[in-house]
Design a protein around this ligand. Sequence first.
Ligand code: NAD
Ligand code: IPM
Ligand code: MN
Length: 360
Amino acid sequence: MKKNILVIPGDGIGPEVTAWGKAVLTEIAELSGHEFTFDEGLMGHAAIEAEGNPLPDETLEKARRSDAILFGAVGHALYDNDPSLKVRPEQGLLKIRKELGLYANLRPILLFDELLEASSIKSSILKGTDILFFRELTGDVYFGEKQRSEDRNTASDLMIYHKYEVERIAHKAFEAAMQRGRKLCSVDKANVLESSRLWRETVQEVAKSYPEVETVHMFVDNAAMQLIKDPKQFDVVLTANLFGDILTDEASQIAGSMGMLASASVGDGTGFFEPIHGSAHDIAGKNIANPLASILSVALMLEISFGLKEEAQLIISAIDQVLKEGYRTADIADKNTSASHLLGTAEMGGLVLKFIKQKS
Ligand code: NAD
Ligand code: IPM
Ligand code: MN
């Protein structure tokens, strides 16, 4: 198999963690005889610095030509601290999602048993949790019209959904539920928002085509609470762009850390694989970021875009072994982690590579 992969490292810890995702892809290619070629693209603050544009045309063209994209993160303290700046790193990410038609963002809450103690939630509540979020990614308040009054004292973002946008992601989520535990929870705010009433109506209609799936509807405020109270009740969670963004950062604590959550953005064309975390300026450049979310994003790429299930499983089992042997980055360390097992980004990435080699 011959595949061309575009790597977009981005900003902050993006390049640090993406380097290990790429190294794992290179290792997998070597072991399995597949040929992966790599290209690189600029996005975010790095692209603004170089070209004055958070998503240069060249990056978008490379993205369209590639078979899959591995992305790190974008964002910089400069813009976070100055909301008046008009050109912003995150615009690049939103634009590429829209341009590539990446309307479904799959965020698996993959809980390694070894990390039960790393979470701030009790192990007895967590054990056995396995959730797959379907976050709608190209609609909602993210893409509705934005306005600011002339006197700058009033601002609005339009929360908008079209029926077809809800239908297409609902079908994807129900199809996934059919392959999993046959339970789907659609999360909205239909008691208040008209766009959520359209969401709920549409999901109810789509649900009729999947009678084997037990479907429930939950308000987002309750869902935020239920995720911590009893995460095992969820199988597939289907939700809108903003609610999904917030709930999955919350759900990362089920898996132990933001540094453990991978995602796959799919839709009309090329798949886009990215950790759910951001550029984490607070830890950037210090070799302490957890690279496992990027490496797990590569596993999703291999499985979803290339159909290489065994190779994806090999990566997961190498990570499992690293964790079983007690190795941790700082974000997932617990009271049992000894100093000799506390690893930096590069050491963790290197160890995963070593175990992949050993297991193949
Ligand atoms: P963040 O996800 O960057 O960080 C939140 C917290 O989680 C921080 O304490 C950070 O140190 C920690 N963390 C994140 N990833 C980690 C990892 N791999 N290993 C260990 N710890 C990790 O969110 P934030 O601080 O709200 O945002 C920082 C910047 O990132 C902002 O500019 C924001 O816009 C951007 N952002 C980008 C993306 C993306 O590119 N997909 C996602 C979220 C935030
Ligand atoms: C994410 C991020 C992005 C989002 C930002 C950076 C635009 O938080 O990928 O989760 O809100 O979608
Ligand atoms: Mn987010």
